[in-house]
Design a protein around this ligand. Structure first.
Ligand code: NOJ
Length: 719
């Protein structure tokens, strides 16, 4: 974030004037963590020569996705000492790492955290992540990831906010606020990085690092808003994406990085490449070698080059040949130095390794896990489970720990993560839980468990190893053995509950029909099992809502709620003739959907006026819309009240409806609350293909309800 009371310009210019060409280039080079003593010795020498200015605390490009690579704080301080005492002009090193959903305490994967619709908890989780990561020496996290996505096959869907730009905006703001904590110069704050700019979530077919086709109208209204919000929230850095948009690799694109991000969105921070993204420009076929990639990358706007040595090996020559200007180089160095001043590294370069009490962090992890789990089905109110019945616990995730932490779990420890079985035993008592000792999915042990139980709970899902970077899937249904287990359980005639531990929405047609209840528990981090057991037991009332459409079948992808309306106004493929001949292409569960143990009733939508003039909207006048929500069931509970807007006639085709705001409220049984929203300039307009924002006169529908299918609406007019 910008620190208005501190202007570092004079200091930056002073250092810049003393740096040699080589030393300037060194500041733009990000080094990888040394793997062994020899590598460390080499790095020390490079540092004495000023050949790098930042380091990623990882030694693989998917750090935190593979087996955890711990941060070695002693090494960081040792390297820093060389930088400060023996490197050129005492410029400190800045350390970055992917802190995606926690450091040691693991919070729900971001896709799940979004489903909590609880901005305060998301901010708190980011705050606690910053405290833990900064305590081991991390200065800068490569988060939040803000890639909108329509395709649950894409492994990296776990890292982002799902399919809705407004949810993306909320996540951007809350996470940035939490990491920065009002002042990034504090020791326990983290610098932030909005990534991957832009369109990476649109990878065709959900394949990682793949091409995208995104028209400017879609780009501005769908993929850019979360980044615009991040810039407005004061994000410190931005990481350009690996993908190309219609043949133009973003990481080498002056149009996207300078014209759109800098000029249009007003971003003033630093641009850091993704891992070897400059080098990959040659793989993408727009350059012939690293030298050309360097020229294209830096001239497009890239400032730090992550781990591919392109800049360090080629910039000097390019400057001497006049292919890269001194001004371009100096500006990039200024950005790096500014980041280091903002983080107060010149004054405070070393990590003091404070002890961190994680009690509150684990409490927050539990709350967020509890609020993100989505109850998708609960026929005959089979949940919460009766306390006097014998529960048969089966399935491959009964004893699982690692998968619950999810992908990018950093220093989360499997051994510290309770399994569902452990938590169920704690809750229900050993005499009520009948289970098997290993991961047996279907055999005679399963038959015996089924036979001796009154109700069955199946722990199902997917491993962390098929989610995250480079981990896309072509088939997002359950594995055959899990399907067989579901059917076998159903055939017993007993009530069957499915608890799904997943990193993406699975295609549940042909599975959920066999289950009486479905609790989508996600990979919700350290406290996944604890939260799930509490929900099953009824100590916690579920309140998560989907932030991504659950398709029935893989063949229906892409399926998302905020698509443009078509000839029959058919929403989500609900008009059969305009869908498929062989299947019903409605969503299995729509966007914004989630049940509770209690029920909520909504009053009709009220607006304070039914007309507003365009001039008044432009001057900032707003319409107030409200509903009264009543808890009509038997439990106290939380409800996410959602406001959607439909622009009935526009110059451009407009989405059938778009989420504009939400408010998560708590209601005791029998209690009513009136929820008010305002809509005005920011909600009523949209972006045209040239990036300009347009407001139009005409009719709008304001819909407020429990999910994206709500029919509770009021009409308003802009005149
Ligand atoms: C590649 C990933 O795309 C990016 O998100 C991450 O920050 C870098 N690797 C560094 O680990």
């Amino acid at each position: 974030m910008t620190n208005p009371e501190k202007n570092f310009d004079a200091k930056i210019e002073d250092i810049l004037s003393k740096l040699t060409l080589k030393e300037k280039i060194g500041q733009l080079n990000m080094q990888v963590s040394p793997r062994n003593d020899q590598a460390l010795a080499d790095i020390m020498d490079q540092l004495r020569r000023g050949e790098f200015g930042s380091m990623i605390l990882a030694n693989s490009d998917t750090a935190g996705n593979d087996a955890p690579e711990s941060v070695n704080t002693a090494m960081c301080n040792k390297v820093q000492k060389i930088a400060v005492e023996e490197g050129p002009h005492g410029i400190p090193i800045i350390y970055g790492r992917d802190i995606i959903h926690g450091y040691r305490t693991i919070f729900p994967i971001p896709l799940a955290a979004s489903a909590s619709f609880n901005d305060e908890l998301v901010e708190k989780a980011a705050r606690y992540s910053a405290i833990e990561a900064s305590a081991v020496g991390v200065h800068w996290t490569f988060s939040p990831m803000l890639d909108m996505c329509h395709d649950p096959r894409y492994g990296r869907i776990i890292e982002g906010p799902g399919e809705d730009p407004v949810v993306g905006r909320h996540m951007a703001k809350s996470m940035i606020k939490g990491y920065q904590n009002g002042d990034v110069s504090k020791e326990d704050s983290l610098l932030t990085c909005a990534k991957h700019f832009v369109g990476y979530g649109a990878s065709e077919g959900g394949r990682d690092y793949y091409r995208t086709e995104i028209a400017p109208y879609t780009l501005y209204n769908y993929y850019i808003p979360a980044f615009r919000e991040a810039v407005n929230a004061g994000v410190d850095t931005v990481m350009p994406s690996f993908n190309d948009i219609s043949g133009e690799p973003v990481s080498g694109s002056k149009h996207y990085l300078t014209d759109v991000l800098r000029k249009d969105l007003g971003f003033e921070g630093l641009l850091v490449s993704d891992w070897a993204a400059v080098h990959y420009l040659a793989d993408q076929g727009i350059t012939a070698n690293d030298k050309e990639s360097t020229e294209v990358g830096i001239n497009a706007g890239m400032e730090i080059d992550m781990c591919d040595n392109c800049f360090i090996n080629n910039l000097e020559e390019l400057i001497n040949e006049g292919k890269v200007s001194m001004e371009t180089l100096d500006n990039a160095v200024r950005s790096v130095l500014r980041l280091k001043f903002k983080k107060n590294l010149f004054e405070n370069p070393y990590c003091k390794m404070p002890q961190v009490d994680r009690t509150e962090h684990l409490k927050c992890a539990k709350e967020l896990a509890s609020e993100c789990m989505v109850l998708l089905k609960n026929e005959g109110n089979v949940l919460p489970l009766p306390k006097d019945k014998r529960i048969g616990l089966l399935g491959p995730f009964v004893h699982e720990k690692r998968a619950l932490l999810g992908s990018w779990c950093s220093n989360g420890k499997e051994a510290e993560t309770p399994s569902l079985c452990e938590k169920m035993l704690e809750k229900f008592g050993a005499d009520k839980i009948i289970t098997e000792n290993n991961h047996t999915e279907i055999d005679d042990v399963a038959s015996a468990v089924i036979f001796h139980s009154d109700i069955l709970v199946l722990a199902l899902g997917e491993s962390h190893r098929v989610t995250g970077e480079r981990r896309s899937l072509s088939d997002i249904t359950l594995t055959p053995s899990q399907k067989a287990l579901v059917k076998k359980a159903k055939a017993s005639g007993k009530k069957v509950v499915g608890v799904f531990f997943c990193g993406r929405p699975l295609a549940l047609e042909g599975i959920a029909e066999y289950l009486d209840a479905v609790l989508y528990a996600w990979h919700a981090g350290s406290e996944t099992a604890s939260a799930a057991a509490d929900i099953l037991y009824g100590d916690i009332v579920p309140s998560g809502k989907t932030v991504i459409t659950f398709p029935r079948q893989v063949g229906h992808i892409p399926m998302y709620y905020n698509a443009t309306k078509n000839r029959f106004n058919c929403y989500y493929g609900s008009y059969a003739d305009f869908s498929y001949e062989d299947s019903t292409a409605t969503p299995y569960y729509p966007f914004g959907y989630g049940l509770s143990y209690t029920t909520f009733e909504y009053s009709p939508v009220k607006t304070d006026v039914s007309e507003i003039s365009l001039e008044d909207v432009q001057k900032g006048k707003k319409i107030t819309c409200s509903v009264t929500v009543t808890n009509t069931g038997d439990y106290d509970g939380k409800e996410t009240v959602q406001l959607y807007l439909r622009d009935v006639v526009g110059k451009m085709m407009r989405p059938y409806r778009e989420l504009k705001d939400y408010n998560k409220i708590f209601l005791k049984k029998g209690e009513s609350k009136t929820v008010e929203f305002t809509i005005g300039y920011d909600e009523l307009g949209y972006y045209l293909a040239d990036g300009s924002y347009i407001l139009e006169k005409g009719d709008f529908e304001v819909l407020i309800g429990e999910n994206s299918l709500t029919k509770n609406l009021a009409k308003i007019k802009v005149i």
